[in-house]
Design a protein around this ligand. Sequence first.
Ligand code: 5RP
Length: 229
Amino acid sequence: MSRELKIKAAEAAFEFVKDGMKLGIGTGSTADEFIRILGDNVAKGFSVIGVPTSERSAALCREVGVPLTTLDETPELDLTVDGADETDRALTLIKGGGGALLREKIVAAASADMVVIADDSKLVDTLGAFPLPIEVNPFGLGATRRAVEKCTQALGLSGEISLREADGKPYLTDGGHFILDASFGRIPDAEALSSALLEIPGVVQHGLFIGLASTVVLAGEGGITLLRR
Ligand code: 5RP
């Protein structure tokens, strides 16, 4: 996705932001463009306050002057704007390519509304070409991984389940957890997979976002398309 399309998606999402709103602020290269647009508008006198979904987004918000709060101080938000790795037409998402899925889901669930920004290549008929991130507790990794394999096989899903690494070590999320990336290829029943994964004690959260997004803003060469639920 070109930077130009990311900026276009972020600009279109900014139309949903009203003065005085309490925002959830996403993570990723598209969300970064949204944060920069927010910063430009705050500098012109626009008033918002935001809860960032990662340390990375928090740092960028500070750099561009977006005022921050926490879900402890501000437990209910008006709107979250975030990127996605895939969306289907029911606005079920795969998120977590950038490793922030847990905080992203907590923040989206605390928001009255969620607008997703992406380029149109992320719209798919069936989710799953993008590997599903599954955030797990480091304790008992081997057993959790085996349980994930068994429960997904029982649902007819197959494919490599690999531990995400960074610099030759397991990737650590902001919450101190690991991520398993599950390359299923196709996820025909996201609800069934979600319920099964959340039954496994070592699974902290997964990257399927079901019923959270109300609007997806897709930027393409032909312009902006809005998908709504
Ligand atoms: C981070 C995410 C991102 O929103 C997702 O990976 C999309 O990122 P990008 O805008 O860089 O393509 O879920 O955890």
